[in-house]
Design a protein around this ligand. Structure first.
Ligand code: SRM
Ligand code: SF4
Length: 572
């Protein structure tokens, strides 16, 4: 089918039900306020179940106890997960103490979860506490607008306080882009903050449109050589170009995304395309133009094919790019040279060029809670009580205690050590591993991820040690389903949940995050995966070229074929 025929077919197909609900929602209000007052159920009904997402919340229940409650003829223990909006992941110690108190006192799990998109989530907030939560966050200067739903999500920014000035400039842009692309409706303020309902006020959405976007939309600001934000997982990326340490503009990359659906070959992970360089003053225009083009051209009939990556493949990269140029009133200049060479966080102390010190703490899978032998959540709160700088949540689910003066280093380090937040014994492999939330809260989980990964890493560590490779790192990521929340589709070894205790094994991503891996074995158990890894690591130890990464090795020796263009090669 030609591109034109495909577009016509999509345009004549019936719209998805999400389009109706957005249109009828009265700018995201629905009947959420009425639902909040309904004591009969702990959940939200009909359209409101979806609409609360645009306000940064998901309705969930604990899947570990679902069957038991059903047996007792109880409705699932409905609660919401809240995801905050934190462009660039920056949070102050005062805000940290506020969220720590809320998590301890008002959530079912008592945890704070650092996500792969540089923010935190509360899990297990019961209906009577939801409004209080929003008011408490608002008092601290935090909101959760547009962290979910068909809008531009939390804007990421490289967590790199090392190049202090450049980072600050890039971070300011991440904030500006986030604000510029936010929904303008007053619904959030009215519903959650008892904002005044202004008579005759007409909401307008000049950028997102009254029906919002066809699907979720993700944006980053990246500072090479770091690709910690994983640009190829995102719809729109601004790659910082600096001259003598000062930001002069951005290379713009469009159309990345990682999710797929098993059995549906029209879905696939896709890398972003390079559109070109723009000067700084065009940043917001280009952001709005890319969002606007996707808003108008994205598929509103089939949500599985609705993201920007599919729009690009349907209409053609050049056609999409020309439309962006037209809307933004620019011509992209040729891409300026840039190189990505790393993705991990620098765990431990580093010093910025401004003389400040930064301590990156490794938080395994972003799960901050008090473990019996490691009360890390309490430890973080103790650091927040004395820290004068700020904290930066990273896109690898870690956190940086940033801007520490020399005189405070020993005090901060003493607390971090006391509460198990610092540990030199953590292997390079573990530092480069990541899992999504999955069970028990994620309704889409097919296999364990976050609860499975720590012990699995220990087994892979043993394999590396067996072949004297314990100082090597492999980017190892696990997701509980093919949606890809821990970005396994950019890992050297990616495990993707297929069923209870079964995974598909993908190999061949690279250290830089510029290659999608390919399936190696389907629907196998963890023991079978370990056997495969053992065999491959043995070969890697023997046959690798100097410094050759595991992902590069498996491609060079033909274990899996390289995915060059994912639409073409991923399923080939
Ligand atoms: Fe995700 C849905 C958790 C990053 C692709 N993701 C979900 C939900 C909300 C399940 C649901 O729809 O009910 C999960 C909630 C689990 C829970 O209990 O918390 C969930 N996603 C997460 C987080 C918390 C994983 C983590 O361990 O950190 C990350 C939150 C990021 C944030 O702060 O905004 C998270 N999700 C991602 C990423 C990675 C990224 O953005 O860098 C991806 C892959 C990149 C991409 O978008 O292509 C991702 N999540 C998805 C998808 C597939 C979207 C698609 O294109 O089809 C879904 C399902 C959906 O949207 O229908 C999803
Ligand atoms: Fe849930 Fe799947 Fe995302 Fe994991 S990858 S958090 S299982 S949606």
């Amino acid at each position: 089918m030609s591109k034109k025929e495909q577009t016509n077919k999509e345009q004549s197909a019936p719209l998805s039900d999400n389009e109706r609900l957005k249109k009828e929602s009265h700018f995201l209000r629905g009947t959420i306020e009425q639902d909040l007052l309904n004591p009969v159920t702990g959940g939200f009904s009909a359209d409101n179940f979806q609409l609360i997402r645009f306000h940064g919340m998901y309705q969930q229940d604990d899947r570990d106890i679902r069957a038991e409650r059903q047996k007792q003829k109880l409705e699932p223990l409905h609660n919401v997960m809240l995801r905050a909006r934190m462009p660039g992941g920056v949070i102050t110690p005062k805000q940290w103490l506020g969220i720590d108190t809320f998590a301890t006192e008002h959530t079912l799990y008592g945890s704070i979860r650092l996500t792969t998109r540089q923010t935190f989530q509360f899990h297990g907030v019961l209906k009577p506490n939801i409004k209080e939560m929003h008011k408490a966050l608002n008092k601290m200067g935090i909101d959760s607008i547009a962290t979910a739903g068909d809008v531009n999500r939390n804007v990421l920014c490289t967590s790199n306080p090392f190049e202090s000035k450049l980072h600050q400039e890039a971070y300011e842009w991440a904030k500006k882009i986030s604000e510029h692309l936010l929904p303008k409706t007053r619904a959030y303020a009215e519903i959650w903050l008892d904002g005044e309902k202004i008579e005759g006020h007409q909401d307008e959405e000049p950028i997102l449109g009254p029906e919002y976007l066809p699907r979720k939309f993700k944006t980053t600001v990246a500072i090479p050589p770091q690709n910690d934000v994983d640009v190829h997982a995102n719809d729109l990326n601004f790659v910082a170009i600096a001259q003598e340490g000062t930001l002069v503009g951005f290379n713009v990359l469009v159309g990345g995304g990682l999710a797929m659906t098993y059995g549906d070959l029209s879905t696939y992970p896709r890398k972003a395309d390079e559109f070109g360089f723009i000067p700084l003053e065009k940043t917001l225009d280009v952001a709005a133009a890319v969002v606007g083009t996707q808003r108008d051209w994205g598929n509103r009939s089939n949500r599985k094919n609705a993201k920007t990556k599919y729009t690009l493949d349907r209409v053609g990269v050049d056609v999409f790019k020309k439309e962006v140029e037209k809307r933004a009133g620019i011509l992209f200049e040729p891409i300026r040279p840039y190189v990505f060479s790393m993705r991990g966080d620098r765990i431990g102390w580093s010093s910025g060029i401004d003389g400040k010190h930064h301590l990156t703490l490794f938080i395994e899978n972003g799960r901050l809670l008090d473990y019996p032998d490691k009360p890390i959540k309490t430890g973080m709160a103790h650091i927040a009580m004395i820290h004068q700088g700020d904290f930066r949540m990273t896109a690898n689910q870690n956190i940086i205690v940033a801007g520490v003066p020399f005189s405070e280093i020993s005090k901060i380090e003493a607390i971090a050590r006391k509460y198990g937040l610092m540990d030199e014994k953590i292997s390079p492999l573990r530092k480069n591993s990541m899992a999504c939330v999955s069970f028990p809260t994620c309704p889409l989980a097919m296999a364990e991820a976050e609860r499975f990964l720590p012990a699995f890493v220990t087994e892979v560590e043993e394999i590396l040690t067996k072949y004297a490779l314990e100082n090597e790192s492999i980017i190892l990521r696990v997701t509980g389903c093919p949606n890809g929340c821990a970005r396994a589709m950019l890992a050297e070894i990616g495990l993707v949940g297929k069923g209870v205790s079964r995974y598909n094994l993908y190999l061949g991503g690279n250290k830089e995050g510029t290659r999608v891996p390919k399936i190696f074995k389907e629907n196998i158990t963890d023991k079978e995966i370990l056997n495969e890894i053992d065999t491959l690591v043995a070969r890697w130890a023997k046959e690798r070229h100097p410094e050759e990464g595991f992902g590069d090795f498996v491609i060079r020796v033909g274990v899996v074929a390289e995915v060059k263009i994912s639409k073409r090669d991923f399923y080939a």
